[in-house]
Design a protein around this ligand. Structure first.
Ligand code: SAH
Length: 280
């Protein structure tokens, strides 16, 4: 049987591992991430890495906070990269611990390319991205045969902090389900673009804050009301936004709510499919 500590056996001094920590719940950390945390000489972590996860590192492993907040363009990104290189050049095993997955809106690619430039060996250790793991905690599936055969993951703002310059009309027409990261600030503008391109104001939207964490909150709203509800309920990042019919499935799939006494609906889409149909 595999010894789980072996997953970091090749974590060499002088290298950097860019590791995804998942959306926050310590149970969503990979075995590889956990092993790397035990082997690391230093951990450089982001704002979105939870206390629960940091607590899994040996108490005497030095930790450095390299957080960035608020979705602003960060002058500190260059400093973070320089620090990683500096630590690696001191022959340390450097664990760069990032929220979610390092390659999903996490600037993992940028950091790794700087390591390439500096000649520092690295590894990418994937993590569960918030748009998947976080929504699972809210009981929202990314795909479901009766609602969508495609999903699109989008960041709400670009490097300058403005609404992302994707072709919103094409997105509105082509993708039945949208998962937005870093979108709270611009959700009103995004909803307007989607509705202008034909999406209904009644389309369901879920805002999942601190997903997978004990203080997770889920606010169900609609495209037409989302911006107003963000103001009313003072919704703050980090939040994942799900848009589309998949959100309706939560009435049946909110397993966490059910554990707290909520009654689940067996037919949340109202399709009259009482029995599960077995096909091919
Ligand atoms: N690499 C990360 C994303 C980093 S961008 C990943 O794969 O998940 C930061 C954004 O991720 C936040 O603004 C928010 O939209 C989302 N996010 C990360 N963790 C979250 C959490 N626990 N709950 C809700 N949203 C989260």
């Amino acid at each position: 049987m595999t010894n789980v500590t072996d997953f970091a056996a090749d974590f060499a001094p002088g290298s950097v591992w860019l590791v995804g920590a998942g959306p926050g719940h310590a149970g969503l950390l990979t075995l590889q991430a956990h092993a790397a945390m035990q082997a690391a000489d230093v951990i450089v972590y982001d704002a979105l890495v939870s206390e629960d996860i940091l607590a899994l590192a040996p108490a005497d492993t030095p930790r450095e906070y390299a957080g960035k907040r608020g979705g602003k363009p960060s002058p500190k990104q260059a400093d973070i990269t320089l620090r990683l290189i500096q630590l690696a050049k001191q022959d340390m095993r450097v664990l760069r611990l990032k929220g979610g997955d390092p390659f999903v809106f996490g600037r993992g690619g940028e950091e790794a390319l700087s390591l390439v430039q500096a000649g520092v060996p690295f590894r990418i250790c994937p993590g569960i991205t918030a748009g998947i793991g976080g929504l699972a905690f809210a009981g929202i599936p990314l795909t479901h045969r009766d609602t969508n055969h495609a999903i699109t993951m989008i960041t709400g703002h670009d490097a300058t902090g403005n609404v992302t310059g994707v072709d919103w009309e094409a997105v509105a027409k082509g993708s039945p389900a949208l998962i937005l990261y870093m979108a709270i600030k611009h959700l009103g503008a995004i909803a307007d673009k989607l509705m202008a391109a034909g999406r209904s104001a009644d389309e369901p939207v879920a805002l999942v804050t601190n997903a997978s964490m004990p203080d997770m909150q889920v606010l169900e709203t609609t495209l037409g009301r989302a911006a107003e509800d963000i103001r009313l309920h003072d919704v703050k990042p980090p939040a994942i936004v799900a848009i589309g019919e998949i959100v309706r499935l939560r009435a049946g799939l909110d397993w966490l709510g059910a554990a707290g006494g909520k009654t689940l609906e067996a037919d949340p889409l109202g399709l009259g499919k009482g029995d599960s149909k077995q096909t091919g």
